[in-house]
Design a protein around this ligand. Structure first.
Ligand SMILES: Nc1nc2c(c(=O)[nH]1)N[C@H]1C(S)=C(S)[C@@H](COP(=O)(O)OP(=O)(O)OC[C@H]3O[C@@H](n4cnc5c(=O)[nH]c(N)nc54)[C@H](O)[C@@H]3O)O[C@H]1N2
Ligand SMILES: Nc1nc2c(c(=O)[nH]1)N[C@H]1C(S)=C(S)[C@@H](COP(=O)(O)OP(=O)(O)OC[C@H]3O[C@@H](n4cnc5c(=O)[nH]c(N)nc54)[C@H](O)[C@@H]3O)O[C@H]1N2
Ligand SMILES: [Mo]
Length: 763
């Protein structure tokens, strides 16, 4: 069977001691090496433009930019690698595709496919053909229009990855909705969906409430289920500022992630005194406390901390009485909990929970940060609501130095949702859009498919056309074998993309690869140089201008591709002047302003350096849209502990390495975890290895267990690591074949990629 699994290749695994500090000179060297190898000297020039006011937004993560002075190098190692990847000087051109059959391409590693370089020309993979062949843009538009014309809108799916700009994403969802569907799954469904679902009904907004300054002046920052050293390195500067101001950082994580323990800020090397301190002192110690929670144990931990907080009398009574509802129920629920099950489920002692309650009980300046370690679990939504409880019980929301901070992944994933990429849109969003578009345009009101529902629909043969605005739906999704089979049956797949990935070769009987400009490249139209806009994790909208020469003369901007496909497939039945819009993105922003709250004076305000902040009711302490005008405290029962199984089951989390951006693998190393040369590994505690008679480096088979069957990956190598007994880890996306499609978080439907029951046996 053809599968989207990464081919097995024997890497040369070296397992070394974990380093003691993050970033510093090794980070500078590692990024420079990748930049020069992929992009050449031009890459270094691009780096000078990252996150500058007149430059482009870093295509890596969504961490916010400083308001005021921007240092010369507002980027991190991973940003540098992402820029190099986009500015790649290699080309996957028609000659490359003529030289490689589809089967030949599939036999290569993900990294090799990515390293083929930038796409230069629209390419067609005809059903059953050996090779991809070049096609004209006109032909691609015709083909898409034909396929969409031959089916109904509910059998078309429009996926978005979070790198798309506000302008591209807005036009894209308008196209899908103009056809008549809300089938708008996006990477957020696999990412922070649980956070939005948890927060909207409790604090009235599905976003974080803090600014960058809040982190810098906080007394306490608690970082749960997040690995900032690897995944949001610029956040380390904010943590450093917090520590230097006397703040305490607490890490809640099954792994002791290096990026959270000690940080050498590469930007310190621009100042001689700071550089001296960094070199001699070995950097700034960050997380002073590490709570080594068991995988999935955060609900029990946060319940225990609330219990301790209430028992110690640290509740802000006035705030709770005036601004929240549900306190009595919560108090009774907490009183009814006994400590033993909370300790057993979290792996954290009662004394440590009481310690954390004391720490946060003496100040309102507490920021709660979290990411995938909380969102990708069955009980994620309930867990995140307990975290919101903790902020509300202390009145520590919408205050200087305090609040909630879900750290977003993709650089514009938050903006894409704001401008309408949403499978379950609110009526308010659709009403606004109908007014904004005008001309009697109506939006479909039936909820659409999210990621998991789209794959399930495809498996039932109910998806004819799949369009993807970036991303790698096939490899980012769970259950790689089942997902490959499902997505393979779609009649036509349309990928708007900068580079080749495995998903492009397996999704759809027929597939189109439509090559687009990257963030770094100039978009010059008859209206002059265009810029796009993006929203950071902290709700700040700013502009991004590419300046370099496009990788090929035949590329189009993402908004232009979307607008042309929309024009071709909708015909005259639309009040939207698609072609004009894409050439003048100010007009798209006018349409966003007319459709969506908070974008008043969009074109003027986004031209100011640093952009503008979107409205945030919770940041302003305004809960008037919630029942009774109050924020909602909620209870969530501790799930029954799973009965012991005969097999010796472990809980597996799938995590990122230091040398990848999601499914794009830059290298085989994970410097921060001491792993080099091979990503096909499984991290195991020494106790669990001994119990199974396994040694470091040994090859094992890992099998996951779900009600609908077993899934196995063969030949992973054991890496001994400091983990709680009963927990293990492997890399995303290589381990995705183990994650069952049917296992998702309650209410948010996010795949449970961080809690997969597995057994491990010698290969
Ligand atoms: N370099 C780089 N940067 C990236 C990305 C990338 O792939 N590479 N991806 C981007 C994207 S889209 C996202 S969403 C973010 C992801 O950023 P993260 O969420 O930091 O990414 P993960 O590697 O998935 O790490 C999850 C962390 O949660 C911990 N964890 C797992 N299970 C649990 C649990 O049950 N409880 C607790 N408390 N912790 C747990 C893991 O040990 C790990 O440290 O990063 C973004 N930035
Ligand atoms: N097991 C497991 N699975 C997971 C996760 C996990 O932790 N564990 N994390 C989940 C999360 S948090 C996320 S966000 C998803 C990520 O899911 P996606 O966003 O779908 O995946 P990416 O790997 O970020 O997509 C990379 C591809 O995007 C395309 N691309 C790159 N740059 C551009 C550009 O500028 N424009 C366009 N149009 N295309 C571009 C290239 O083809 C590249 O190969 O994965 C999820 N899957
Ligand atoms: Mo993500």
């Amino acid at each position: 069977m053809t599968t989207g699994r990464t081919p097995q290749q024997d890497g040369d695994l070296r397992h070394e001691q974990q380093p003691e500090r993050a970033a510093g000179i090794p980070a500078v060297l590692s990024s420079t090496e990748v930049v020069l190898r992929r992009a050449g000297p031009r890459g270094l020039r691009e780096l000078a433009r990252v996150n500058q006011f007149d430059g482009f937004d870093c295509p890596s993560c969504a961490w916010a930019d400083p308001d005021g002075d921007r240092s010369f190098a507002e980027f991190c190692e991973n940003g540098a690698k992402a820029v190099a990847d986009a500015a790649d000087r290699h080309r996957a051109d028609p000659a490359f595709f003529a030289a490689h059959t589809v089967d030949d391409l599939l036999a290569h590693s993900d990294r090799w496919l990515n390293d083929a370089g930038r796409l230069t020309t629209p390419m067609l993979r005809r059903a059953g053909a050996d090779h991809l062949t070049p096609v004209t843009w006109e032909h691609t538009e015709q083909l898409v229009a034909e396929h969409l014309g031959a089916t109904t809108a509910d059998r078309a799916v429009f996926y978005t990855s979070g790198r798309a700009s506000n302008e591209a994403a807005f036009l894209y969802q308008l196209w899908a909705r103009s056809l008549g569907t809300n089938n708008l799954p996006d990477c957020s469904n696999m990412c922070h969906e649980s956070s939005g679902t948890a927060l909207s009904p409790t604090i009235g907004i599905g976003k974080g409430t803090v600014t960058l300054r809040d982190l810098e002046v906080a007394d306490v920052i608690v970082v749960l289920g997040q690995n900032p050293g690897t995944n949001a390195p610029r956040m380390l500067s904010a943590l450093q500022a917090c520590v230097e101001g006397g703040g305490t950082i607490v890490a809640v994580n099954p792994m002791n992630e290096v990026g959270l323990s000690r940080f050498v800020n590469p930007q310190d090397f621009t100042s001689p005194t700071r550089a001296g301190r960094a070199l001699v002192g070995g950097g700034t110690p960050l997380a002073q406390e590490h709570l080594q929670v068991r995988i999935g144990g955060d609900l029990a931990l946060l319940t225990g901390v609330q219990k301790a907080l209430v028992e110690a009398g640290h509740v802000d009574k006035a705030f709770v009485a005036d601004r929240t509802s549900g306190f009595e129920q919560l108090r009774d629920h907490l009183a009814a909990q006994s400590w033993e099950p909370l300790e057993a489920a979290s792996g954290i002692g009662r004394d440590r929970m009481q310690w954390l309650a004391e720490l946060i009980g003496s100040t309102r300046r507490v920021v709660w940060c979290w990411a995938m370690g909380l969102t990708q679990h069955e009980h994620a939504v309930g867990t995140i609501r307990q975290l919101a409880n903790l902020a509300l019980l202390r009145g520590a929301i919408g205050v200087e130095g305090g609040g909630l901070c879900p750290v977003r992944g993709h650089s514009n994933v938050q903006g894409d949702r704001t401008v309408g990429v949403w499978d379950r849109p609110s009526d308010a969003l659709l009403d606004g859009m109908e007014t904004g578009v005008g001309g009697g345009w109506t939006a479909p009101r039936e909820p659409g498919h999210d990621v998991v529902a789209s794959i399930e629909a495809a498996a039932r043969g109910e998806v004819d056309v799949l369009v993807a605005l970036g991303g790698n739906l096939l490899q980012a999704s769970p259950d790689t074998d089942a997902t490959t089979a499902a997505l393979g049956s779609v009649h036509l797949a349309v990928h708007i993309t900068t580079k080749l990935n495995r998903g492009h070769l397996l999704t759809g009987e027929t597939a189109l690869l439509l090559p687009c400009l990257s963030r770094t490249e100039a978009d010059d139209t008859e209206h002059g140089r265009q810029f796009v806009t993006v929203e950071s994790s902290m709700g700040v909208v700013s502009r991004s201008t590419g300046r370099s020469r496009p990788a090929s003369g035949d590329l189009r901007s993402e908004p232009a591709i979307v607008a042309r496909l929309a024009a071709a497939s909708l015909g005259p039945s639309t009040p939207v002047a698609w072609r004009d819009l894409a050439a003048d993105l100010d007009r798209v922003r006018d349409l966003i302003e007319a459709s969506i709250d908070g974008f008043d004076d969009y074109n003027a305000r986004v031209r100011q350096n640093g952009g503008f902040a979107l409205p945030n009711n919770a940041r302003d302490g305004d809960f008037s849209a919630l029942p009774g005008g109050r924020a909602v405290l909620t209870t969530y029962p501790l799930p029954q502990a799973a009965p012991p199984t005969e097999q010796d089951t472990l809980t597996l989390m799938t995590v990122r390495s230091h040398d990848q951006f999601n499914t794009t693998v830059y290298g085989e190393d994970d410097r921060y975890r001491g792993v080099h040369g091979d990503r096909r590994v499984v991290f195991l505690s020494a106790a669990d290895a001994v119990a199974r008679g396994l040694a470091d480096g040994q090859r094992v088979d890992v099998t996951s267990h779900a009600p609908d069957g077993q899934r196995t990956i063969h030949g992973l190598r054991v890496v001994l690591h400091d983990l709680p007994t009963g927990d293990c880890a492997a890399y995303f996306p290589e381990a995705n074949p183990l994650v069952p499609l049917s296992s998702t978080a309650i209410d948010s439907n996010t795949p449970t990629s961080k809690s997969v029951p597995v057994t491990i046996s010698p290969a």
